[in-house]
Design a protein around this ligand. Structure first.
Ligand SMILES: Nc1ncnc2c1ncn2[C@@H]1O[C@H](COP(=O)(O)OP(=O)(O)OP(=O)(O)O)[C@@H](O)[C@H]1O
Length: 323
């Protein structure tokens, strides 16, 4: 037993497309311990969201989870019946989306919908459910929570709506929350406040959080651990300190160099050349090879593999000392 709140092993998700079968999530493995925040980062199209949906078993045709295991507190979600999986969602694992209106119903008062979410899993009175909802709003730092419960979603600001969505995810004190770019649409100061609340929540409740984002600056301040995704694979993982301080994959190095706040001031901001590859037309060998400053002939022909002492998917990993 690893004691992990979430353990993902060899998760693989494919989509049937006009261009053929594409593997959006390719043999992805990671684990998140209770109370830790794992930042899942990568450019658009790298497979972050599909990883989140696959963890919850929310992949529909033309997609298919074709392999792997997803363990929440040691229980494998992929072996559960659809009914058992439904009971698990919202209770032991929940999701927060970029758009809070994916969670919130515009025609119901916040309190009514949160109370309904409580009563899906717990047989408590409506009054007790409202009280749980009020306490959850308080936990995410919403002022005057009793008043907010009587509001409709459109009467709240974007930042408030997202806090309500996070509070809703927290109602059953789940072991794991998957948060998919939840602060991307918010302005920087609101984003900073919410990130601070999320950090505090993970510390206080012990909930393990997977924070999906394209923004390395966000995870560098929030996450304990980081997994970097490229073309459906995790290419590098480690503690946030190690990954940001001494990246080993040239892709991670490129991502870090292109973040203004992680870059020495006064110098031009480099960008990773080229674009993310089409999954239906991946190059042979290493998928990052066409964009990589370190690429050799070997990278042209042989896909890199993880070795036991080699937690980076690269033939020529960087060996910088931590800054
Ligand atoms: N419904 C679908 N049908 C076919 N292919 C899909 C579908 N959903 C996702 N994919 C494939 O999976 C890839 C990864 O998508 P995903 O949404 O996980 O990327 P992402 O890293 O979350 O990007 P973004 O930050 O833009 O959301 C896509 O580029 C696409 O090739």
């Amino acid at each position: 037993m690893s004691g992990a709140a979430l353990e993902v092993r060899g998760l693989t998700t494919r989509f049937e497309t006009r261009g053929g079968m594409v593997t959006a999530v390719n043999d992805v493995s990671f684990s998140v311990q209770p109370g830790r925040i794992m930042g899942l980062v990568g450019e658009s199209g790298s497979g972050k969201s599909v990883t989140g949906f696959s963890i919850l078993g929310l992949i529909d045709k033309p997609g298919e989870i074709s392999g792997g295991e997803v363990l929440i507190d040691g229980e494998d979600l992929r072996r559960m019946t659809p009914d058992a999986l439904r009971r698990m969602r919202g209770r032991r694992v929940s999701m927060v989306f970029q758009d809070p209106m994916m969670t919130l119903n515009p025609v119901l008062r916040v309190g009514d919908q949160m109370a309904m979410a409580v009563r899906v899993h717990d047989r408590v009175s409506k009054r007790a459910a409202w009280e749980r909802a009020r306490a959850a709003l308080e936990t995410v730092g919403i002022p005057a929570p009793a008043e907010r419960l009587r509001a409709y979603p459109h009467q709240l600001s974007g930042g408030m709506r997202q806090r309500v969505a996070i509070a809703t995810a927290l109602l059953h004190r789940p072991s794991v929350i998957i948060a998919d770019e939840p602060t991307t649409a918010l302005d920087v100061s609101i984003q900073g406040q919410i990130l601070a609340e999320v950090r505090r929540l993970a510390d206080e409740t012990g909930t393990a959080i997977v924070w999906v984002t394209h923004d390395l600056a966000v995870v560098s301040s929030l996450a304990d651990d980081i997994c970097v995704m490229y073309a459906g694979r995790i290419v590098e993982s480690g503690t946030a300190e190690a990954v940001i301080g001494a990246p080993r994959h040239p892709y991670t190095r490129g991502l870090i160099d292109s973040v203004p706040s992680l870059h020495p001031p006064g110098q031009p901001l480099p960008q990773i050349p080229g674009a993310t590859p089409q999954l239906s037309h991946l190059p042979a060998g290493c998928p990052f090879r066409p964009r990589c400053p370190k690429a050799s002939d070997l990278c042209r022909t042989d896909p890199p593999r993880f070795g036991r002492d080699h937690p980076v998917l690269c033939h020529h990993p960087l060996t910088e000392e931590p800054a």
